[in-house]
Design a protein around this ligand. Structure first.
Ligand code: ZN
Length: 113
């Protein structure tokens, strides 16, 4: 009984996690589009990228914004730059929302983690 209950909680936790990941990625995309930042594919991404603003260093998720010197910034730190610098921000998307959703859905279906 307790084991079944634990499995239900685990499944519920995984479901909530997938839902949140997809929501965050979608919200990021909508925010970037609303800000008018341009997308690029000209920058190679490492596995883990952090915001380069001192004292921020937030780990970036599905969208990585770069300033004109190709320094990664989180979306919050993009707000702190000048209007001129904002026009030079470019964004790289790790995965399209559909690809991300497929990965997340596959994760839930196999339940290997
Ligand atoms: Zn930052």
């Amino acid at each position: 009984m307790a084991k079944e209950k634990a499995q239900v909680y685990r499944k519920l936790f995984e479901l909530i996690k997938v839902f949140l990941l997809r929501s965050v990625a979608q919200r990021e995309l909508e925010y970037i589009q609303a800000k008018g930042y341009k997308f690029t594919t000209n920058v190679e991404l490492g596995l883990v990228i952090r915001c380069t603003t001192p004292r921020c260093e937030k780990v970036l998720f599905n969208h990585v914004a770069f300033d004109r010197n190709l320094k990664p910034l989180c979306l919050k730190c993009c707000e702190k730059v000048t209007q001129t610098e904002k026009k030079e921000i470019s964004v790289v998307q790790y995965k399209k929302i559909e690809e991300l959703a497929d990965i997340c859905d596959g994760y839930v279906l196999t339940g290997t983690n």
